[in-house]
Design a protein around this ligand. Sequence first.
Ligand code: XMP
Length: 509
Amino acid sequence: MILIIDFGSQYNQLIARRVREHRVFCQVEPPTIKLAAIEKLNPDGIILSGGPSSIYEKNSPRIDKAIFGLGIPILGICYGLHYMVDALGGTVKSSKKREYGFAELIIKSKNHLFRDIDKRTTCWMSHGDSIGKLPRGFKITASTSSTRAAAVAHARKKRFGVQFHPEVAHTPQGKKMLGRFLFDICGCKRLWTMKNFAIQAVNRIRETVGDQRVILGLSGGVDSSVTALLIHRAIGKKLTCIFVDNGLLRLKEGEKLKKTLKQHLNINIRFVSAKRQFLTALAGVTDPEKKRKIIGRVFMTVFEVEAGKIRNAAFLAQGTLYPDIIESRSAFGGPTSVIKSHHNVGGLPKKMKLKLVEPLQYLFKDEVRKLGKTLGLSDELVWRQPFPGPGLAIRIIGEITARRLTILRQVDDLLLQEIKSAGYYKKLWQSFAVLLPIKSVGVMGDKRTYENIIAIRAVTSKDAMTADWAKLPHKFLAKVSNRIINETNGVNRVVYDISSKPPSTIEWE
Ligand code: XMP
């Protein structure tokens, strides 16, 4: 396995993804990780990530220097390189000019990292500091026009550093370079497959849970469905799933899910309808954060009551994914600002005193889909687009009323039908309708109308961290717009959201 030390880079998850794409297991840990913990992990290599700090700043993140005494190959990227240079007696200085964007990398000395890499290739730079004096034994192996030490190496000691970012797609040969580090330098093998993962995960669940009972909040999304399957494989009937219908689902989604889940998961599932509780608590609320908090709270109350009926439950299972774990443990101890308070089964009810099982906590979303397929989950569940816990509540901007829910459900269903029949469903990360809190004037059959506006949102993404608005053909959009305005009551205008994430987010609230 490869250990990635997270110095706070916006790209650290990308490093992990690239390593996984080479079918090598990796784990991301903060620089505060203890030496003994590293020794226990026994990594074949360590990657030091980039980060926003300058190494000469007072509180810049650092990892125990003793890692250099472990004899493990090390690759430092950007800030990770600066840390290595500084720790080994070299110097790092602030550059006169910030280098940001594409640069031509000229390889000066072919070493393991650059074997079979073009002598001149494009790389992606994003740094304000650069190397001054090199530590003893290090050589410059590649340069760009503004950065002499764009890559350095102490090949004998297997210490490598790059100023650019091999993990981003903008460095076209970056993935190959990372592969060189993994296979040629660290001697890793391509053993990370979902089949192996499933076997290990099932064993681990059995060891952790023993013959105690587990409960799981099932949403019908791929994460909770795969979690359910894995746990069911490990402990069978000792798993009970709870599905809460909050009244904020898509058209007939509750019933459809009930059918699909029963059909495809031969698992104990309790279905709870709590529509009224949610809608009453949300009446008159327009603030997005308030909506999220209310939904989270009501969900916990309903879930707690239901879970309380399951005697001897000792564990709560969650479909937490790796990005959440990485974020909550990053170099600076978690996300610095709350963009949206995501609602999952998050806050463990204190009274219930349940321990957590999170078998997907090392996986990315696309890996969860692969795992689902390996476990035999139906395509319908594997390829379900993500649907947020707070559901349509955060797609109805402004107040949530029964009437507004009906309008959005109809429109959203129509859009979904069209997306599916045109073959876009699997290609898009998400596609949905949003009901706006303003009305507009229109004309229909010679009459003035004053009705609602619908925004269509469709994005492509790998993991929801970043997303591009989908370039759906105009012809398709025209058809959808026509159908929405003609076939649903109360809408006279449709707009298409052409914003990417960042700076926007996928959901509107
Ligand atoms: P944003 O809007 O932050 O969304 O770009 C990123 C991804 O997360 C989903 N999302 C949620 N999922 N509970 C969830 O389980 C939530 O509260 C929540 N809010 C957003 C969103 O649909 C997108 O896939």
